[in-house]
Design a protein around this ligand. Structure first.
Ligand code: FAD
Ligand code: SF4
Length: 473
């Protein structure tokens, strides 16, 4: 039985309308970061009602002054808008591209609540910085008084960059170490180009270098440089190492050839596009392949959409809850659907086997939602006797990532919680200080896998904690 037969059979069994739709699907690539023209940006900005109590601002994790910069765009004051935008966000052009605005600022827009469609806040945020930079605007650090202090930052992801931005603006020298050859963390080595062009991250590196941030790339702490030497040579250390431990499904066949982990697959594709695949590493292409992606978060959507762009023959995404209960951004699910991904809701994988012809047989069971768990999410319950086999060439597993303690945590007295997240709360005398007073932390390492904008916010807050600890604030 071919994949098409299988999924048509499955869809017919559970969703009578889905058969025709599946056979008529075409793959369409959505260009989601299409630039706004000045006319469009002005028109959108003019739609803002200027609410007295702007919900968008409160829902935005960095609390951007949204109505204020929309007004500046409307008045054509681009440089002032860029200056204001950078007061709250270290990576506004990046958040404008990758934030799930439907669940954040735009979801809270009064116009959206009234059914008129939100102001396109993310697109305007991106427009302000992109256009201001093109026109020659740069962050103004002319009034900064140097303190002579220096801070080591481990990780050049959004958290590390947010921290470096606030430190350098307050006269503290940030030295950022990263094991990769380029900054950005998951912005560069994770999120695909069709959501975030890599040149945007490179441009941000150059701007930060001009501001006085020093990057030491291709340098892994704990391997090339010891953590102890950072403690000895810097006034404080910030850790923004992210969450990279792959979460396995725990079913038979996960190690079979053809079964891929999400992040290595995405990184391989990025490196292939950048021409930086390590010698001997082949490009993992889904061209002409029947692909099944397991998972319902943004990483799963990135795998779906990357496979489509690589020329997959079919892409099916199987998720164990229903559409309403997916963890990923609704916009991303919609984009994936429009590009030709077929979703199988309420399906849970229970095993993968090698079939006689050499392809893979993914065993799925159907679920229904049962009682809510401790976080209030209804648990999927397996329907007895519902097992089916889906034939495919590749299975990409995208069940998420966990944090883990680094090799130096124990000797440096850095505590973790029951989920291996670094303990560095915001609510304390020096924000985001760990159990070692000289060490601060933020981003996914502290929160668990989350969002770019929240990592930026924590990095910025941790920098404020460091400034307090160093007696500068
Ligand atoms: P990271 O971005 O992971 O950066 C950590 C950095 O630390 C890395 O550069 C790593 O190389 C470095 N590092 C780690 N250990 C060491 C060491 N010992 N020495 C030196 N360097 C080290 N969020 C969104 O908001 N929108 C999206 O569309 C989105 N899409 C995503 C797609 C994928 C595939 C993934 C995996 C995540 C996505 N996210 C998205 C989540 C977002 O990317 C993360 O929440 C965010 O990048 C976390 O930032 P961070 O700085 O904490 O960590
Ligand atoms: Fe919206 Fe994100 Fe920008 Fe905040 S940072 S305004 S949530 S796009």
């Amino acid at each position: 039985m071919s994949t098409n037969d299988v999924f048509q059979f499955m869809n017919v069994a559970r969703d009578p309308g889905a058969k025709a739709e599946a056979s008529e699907r075409k793959f369409v690539f959505k260009e989601i970061y299409k630039p706004l023209s000045t006319g469009d940006a002005t028109e959108q900005a003019a739609r803002c009602l200027g609410c007295g109590n702007p919900y968008c601002e409160w829902t935005c994790p960095v609390h951007n002054f949204i109505p204020n910069w929309l007004k500046l765009v409307k008045e054509g004051k681009l440089f002032v808008a860029a200056e204001l935008s950078h007061k709250t966000n270290s990576l506004p052009e990046i958040c404008g591209r990758v934030c799930p605005q439907d669940r954040l600022c735009e979801g809270a827009c009064t116009l959206n609540q009234g059914g008129f469609g939100a102001v396109t806040i993310g697109a305007i945020e991106k427009y302000i910085t992109d256009e201001a930079l093109k026109a020659g605007w740069r962050p103004d650090l002319s009034g900064v008084i140097q303190t002579g202090k220096k801070v080591a930052i481990i990780g050049a992801g959004p958290a590390g960059l947010g921290c470096a931005d606030i430190l350098v603006r307050n006269g503290v020298k940030p030295v950022v170490f990263d094991r990769n050859e380029e900054i950005g963390g998951l912005l560069t080595f994770g999120i695909p180009e069709f959501k975030l062009e890599k040149e945007v991250v490179v441009r941000r590196r150059k701007i930060m270098e001009e501001m006085g941030v020093e990057f030491r790339l291709n340098t892994e702490i704990g391997k090339n440089v010891s953590f102890e030497s950072l403690l000895a040579n810097f006034d404080a250390v910030f850790m923004g190492m992210g969450a990279y431990k792959y979460m396995k499904g725990g079913f038979a066949g996960e190690d079979l050839p053809g079964v891929l982990e999400a992040l290595p697959f995405l990184i391989n594709n990025v490196r292939n596009n950048m021409g930086t695949l390590p010698a001997g590493e082949a490009h993992l292409s889904m061209k002409d392949k029947r692909v099944v992606v397991l998972g319902g978060g943004d990483t799963a959507m990135d795998c779906n959409r990357t496979s489509i762009r690589q020329g997959a023959k079919s892409v099916i995404c199987a998720y164990r809850r229903d559409e309403a209960n997916m963890p990923g951004s609704k916009r991303e699910v919609q984009n994936a659907k429009e590009e030709g991904v077929n979703f199988l809701w309420n399906r849970q994988p229970v095993g993968i086997e090698k079939l006689a012809g050499g392809s893979l047989g993914l065993k799925l069971v159907t679920t229904q939602l049962g009682e809510a768990d401790e976080k209030g999410r209804r648990k999927p319950v397996v329907i007895e006797g519902s097992e089916e086999v889906l034939e495919c060439d590749h299975v990409i597993v995208a069940f998420g990532f966990q944090t883990e303690a680094a090799s130096w945590f124990e000797s440096a007295g850095i505590k973790i919680d029951q989920w291996n997240r670094t303990v560095a709360p915001q609510e304390q005398k020096f924000k985001h200080q760990t159990s070692n007073p000289k060490v601060f932390a933020g981003g996914d390492l502290v929160r668990g896998a989350d969002l770019v904008v929240r990592a930026v916010f924590e990095g910025r807050n941790a920098a404020e904690g460091i400034l307090g600890y160093l007696g500068i604030w």
